[in-house]
Design a protein around this ligand. Structure first.
Ligand SMILES: [Fe+2]
Ligand SMILES: [Fe+2]
Length: 483
């Protein structure tokens, strides 16, 4: 009998979808595989291909014990295809088909919509690995290096998850799309990644932590919505991806938190009370809190742009067709059709920010963004607790949603972090106080020196409170094998 919980290794591609008896898809995936390995080998700096990394690998989809930790060379990581177990009698949770049995095959009328959503999701996964490819060279510790590589191999697995759906359910055009996922690359002139934030650089480790906190969280919200899909294989793929995604946001939250911790401690030790005494603080080899706020502003706003236009017919169609639900759709207490419901959306009218009631169906993106803001605000409170505990007078905050936006209703005006509309001249002079400048970037870059001794940490970041897999502080998370 087919084991749908534990991963089978009887094919080259570990899976719990019965690949060994699905010759057509197995063949297609085996054909795609070498291109993927080439992509991986080209992308990860040579220095780390031979290193042994203490990684977790998914060996089951049982929430109680789905991983195994071991030393692995990254090119030999067993990327697999894992779907969360099928929920019996699952139905379409929203839209005009609500209550009908969930689709096990692609509904013909929604084929192109569904394929597009899968491709967009798939495109972000390898993009982030590409963005992070140089970070290993400046890792602040072996612990952080290991976490980076863990995130990277799992984003690789998420690409596999989407590629499987394309090969299994979309025939020839699915195969083409799967090839294109390896053809596009982050920041490329000819073939960039599909979404803006995924073509930006991740130049330093603070950016990496901000990215995993804010941008992976956009990923989480998208996956949560797709986990509600009436197309059951997509729902099951995304449900399992979410279990892995939680670790990525943990890496981000604790990474920023440890950076803050070290800064506050160093200020204390040096007797510096004023968080704006930037030159003196920087001399301590730590990142001043105002600069951390600027990095937060940047990554938060780039991530808000990923939610698209506030009012969107595409989003309405995806919801109405039952292809994509809302965040925690099953817990929302309404008719799940939204034929007559309304939702509040901000817009800019005559130079003022106003709130308007619009049909809820058209405001699906806005609602998901609101859920995201709520979800993202939790960590800010926990970071502020760290600052408070050390006794420094400073508080981080999420900027206003209209600040520094390139997409949506706010993109036409300049707005301060506190939500005040200003002239573009004022923006020109003041934005350097709100967003990282070249000099800020150069300073952070100057701190990015590798620290590869087990148990040692770079000057700007505190050690973690607990190790991965409960390992002791001086555990050798990566056994380096440099060329
Ligand atoms: Fe992912
Ligand atoms: Fe992720």
């Amino acid at each position: 009998m087919l084991d749908l919980i534990n991963v089978s290794y009887d094919t080259q591609i570990p899976n719990n979808v019965g690949l060994s008896s699905d010759k057509r898809v197995l063949k297609a995936l085996e054909k795609w595989h070498p291109g993927y390995i080439n992509w991986w080998n080209d992308l990860i700096p040579d220095n780390f291909q031979q290193s042994l990394v203490y990684l977790r690998t998914a060996v089951s989809v049982d929430p109680k014990g789905w991983t195994k930790f071991d030393y692995v060379k990254m090119p030999e990581y067993r990327w697999g295809i894992l779907l969360a177990p099928q929920v019996e009698d699952r139905t379409v949770p929203c839209g005009e088909h609500i209550g009908e049995p969930a689709w096990q095959e692609v509904p013909g009328e929604y084929r192109s919509l569904l394929r597009r959503l899968i491709v967009i999701q798939g495109d972000t996964e390898p993009a982030s690995v590409e963005q992070q490819r140089f970070l290993g060279k400046t890792a602040p510790s072996l612990y952080d290096l290991r976490n980076l590589f863990q995130v990277n191999v799992e984003e690789g697995r998420h690409l596999w998850a989407m590629v499987y759906l394309l090969h299994k359910y979309f025939g020839a055009d699915g195969r083409e799309e799967a090839d294109d996922l390896l053809r596009r690359s982050s920041g490329s002139e000819e073939a960039p990644r599909m979404l803006g934030a995924f073509n930006e650089e991740t130049p330093d480790w603070l950016s990496f932590f901000m990215f995993t906190y804010f941008t992976d969280r956009d990923g989480k919200m998208q996956l949560e919505s797709l986990a509600q899909s009436g197309f059951d294989p997509l729902s099951r793929s995304c449900r399992f991806m979410l279990t892995e995604e939680a670790h990525h946001m943990f890496v981000g939250e604790t990474g920023v938190g440890r950076t803050i911790q070290r800064t506050c401690e160093a200020m204390n030790e040096a007797g510096i009370e004023d968080p704006y005494d930037i030159d003196r603080i920087r001399e301590l080899g730590v990142i001043d809190l105002p600069t951390i706020q600027k990095k937060l502003n940047l990554h938060y706003t780039l991530s808000l742009d990923l939610f698209g236009q506030e009012i969107s017919t595409n989003a309405a169609n995806a919801f109405n067709s039952g292809i994509k639900g809302r965040f925690l759709e099953h817990r929302i207490d309404d008719d799940h059709r939204l034929n007559s419901a309304t939702y509040n959306v901000c817009s800019v009218v005559d130079g003022k920010i106003v709130t308007e009631e619009v049909p809820a169906l058209t405001a699906i993106n806005m609602r998901l963004r609101d859920d995201y803001v709520h979800d993202a605000s939790g960590g800010i409170g926990r970071w502020n607790k760290i600052i408070e505990k050390v006794g420094v007078q400073f508080a981080l905050a999420l900027p206003h949603e209209g600040f520094h936006r390139k997409i949506g209703v706010f993109s036409t005006v300049a707005i301060t972090p506190t939500g005040e509309i200003i002239s573009s001249d004022a923006w020109e002079t003041r934005s350097k106080d709100w967003l990282p400048t070249k000099a800020d970037g150069d300073f952070i870059q100057s701190l990015m020196k590798p620290c590869y001794e087990p148990g040692q940490y770079a000057s700007w970041i505190a050690p973690p409170r607990v190790g991965i897999d409960n390992k002791p502080g001086d555990f050798e998370y990566v056994k380096l094998h440099m060329a």
